[in-house]
Design a protein around this ligand. Structure first.
Ligand code: GLN
Length: 220
């Protein structure tokens, strides 16, 4: 039997102290949820893994991680999460990274369960097989809200990423690649990014999400 090696992110995260009453959920049906957990714990907020509808109770926001969006959608249907997730997203902050962004969209041109909460359409695996993964530095002006003195572009990591093809009001474009293609969008307290901020050391996106989760709903 191979030895089970403890996940270093998880150990590091568990060692952190929770300094706030805010609890953020991470949909943990499938995909890369540990890295989000570690980032949030580093920021001093409570984290709960969400697998059943009752796990949503009392959360200030929910992150839907990267993974495989068809599998994630099928599991969400099986666990009775589709309507509870839609109801949650109409009231509270929700952020989808990569597969999570696909799951939040209203159309991915495939037959798969989608939450349809954001007025965006996506093209899955839009960057093709050979260049399925790449990294790019992109400006994200909205991050100034949480980091006014930080002029750096955001280092975005794309892993078999979707492209956000259309963004219609009330959704707005948050970031583009240098060639103009859209890779992040926001609609009130809902966020979609095609890339993975949880795989970097830069916590500005997570702080931006916390800012959305903690502000009064009327301001959304
Ligand atoms: N390619 C995956 C999908 O289409 C998303 C990849 C990811 O989340 N890193 O669902």
């Amino acid at each position: 039997m191979p030895e089970i090696v403890p996940n270093p992110w998880r150990l590091q995260a568990q060692a952190q102290q929770v300094r706030s009453d805010t609890v953020i959920g991470i949909l943990a049906l499938q995909g890369s949820f540990w890295e989000h957990e570690a980032m949030l714990l580093r920021l001093g907020v409570g984290v709960r893994e969400v697998r059943l509808p009752e796990h949503l109770d009392g959360l200030a926001g929910l992150i839907i991680p990267g993974g495989e969006s068809t599998t994630m959608g099928k599991l969400a249907v099986e666990f009775g999460l589709m309507e509870p997730l839609r109801a949650f997203g109409r009231e509270k902050a929700m952020w989808g990274t990569c597969a999570g962004a696909i799951f939040l969209s209203k159309d991915a041109r495939r037959d798969q369960p989608l939450l349809g909460l954001m007025n965006i359409t996506v093209e899955r695996n839009a960057f093709g097989r050979q260049v399925a993964s790449f990294e790019a530095d992109i400006p994200v002006p909205a991050l100034k809200v949480v980091a006014p003195d930080d002029e750096r572009p955001f280092h975005a990591i794309f892993i078999r990423a979707p492209l956000i093809e259309t963004v219609e009001p009330p959704a707005e474009v948050l970031a583009r690649l240098p060639d103009g293609r859209i890779v992040a969008a926001q609609q009130g307290r809902l966020l979609a990014t095609s890339f993975h901020p949880e795989l970097t050391d830069d916590d500005r996106f997570h702080r931006y999400f916390l800012h959305l989760a903690q502000r009064a709903p009327a301001a959304a």
